[in-house]
Ligand binder design. Structure first.
Ligand SMILES: [Zn+2]
Length: 173
């Protein structure tokens, strides 16, 4: 009979950390995709709290929402489509929120845009439009797709921005 004196046994495992998790089933307010870049974690999490999002099904591929408009491989996008399918099936997600951000390494960094804020934002506005249309066309259960851009000052919604409006944004901020 195996003994596990150093690490406890299966009937009495030793917890490294104790936390009471609710086992109640939930409905996901949103399926959210953002980049794993930790610099924007607090801004993004703070924003979700600010707008009262409760349960979320989160995904964090490099580039965040880029996975739906400019995937490195088509199979990458397919993987996240399957994740969204599961979120819809298991947690009845009806909204998708896609985040991209300033100086994203997965998008080539700020240098790719010649260090132009306007060029960078335009890229994300255009990409967001492609991503929204892709998801809306493919998932009839999804009622709304919203896109957001995050920089060191906070969160901008790009859902209703046209390509032409990009250069007006930073004048307003
Ligand atoms: Zn990134």
């Amino acid at each position: 009979m195996a003994t596990m004196t150093d690490h406890g046994d299966a009937s009495m495992p030793e917890y490294l950390y104790r936390h009471a998790s609710s086992m109640e089933h939930y409905t996901a307010d949103i399926f959210v995709v953002w980049c794993f870049d930790d610099r924007f974690r607090e801004a993004q999490m703070g924003f979700l709290t600010h707008v009262n999002i409760g349960h979320r099904d989160p995904e964090s591929p490099a580039g965040g929402g880029k996975i739906f408009f400019d995937p490195e491989k088509e199979s990458d996008r397919e993987y996240y489509c399957r994740e969204l399918e599961k979120s819809i099936a298991l947690h009845h997600a009806k909204e998708v929120w896609l985040f991209t951000h300033h100086d994203c390494g997965a998008c080539g960094g700020f240098g790719r845009f010649g260090n132009s804020r306007d060029e960078e934002l335009l890229h994300h506005i255009n990409g967001g439009k492609i991503a929204r249309e892709f998801i809306q066309k493919r998932f009839s259960a999804i009622e709304k797709v919203r896109t957001f851009f995050v920089d060191e000052r906070g969160v901008i919604e790009t859902t209703h921005m046209s390509e032409a409006s990009g250069d007006q944004i930073h004048e307003q901020v």
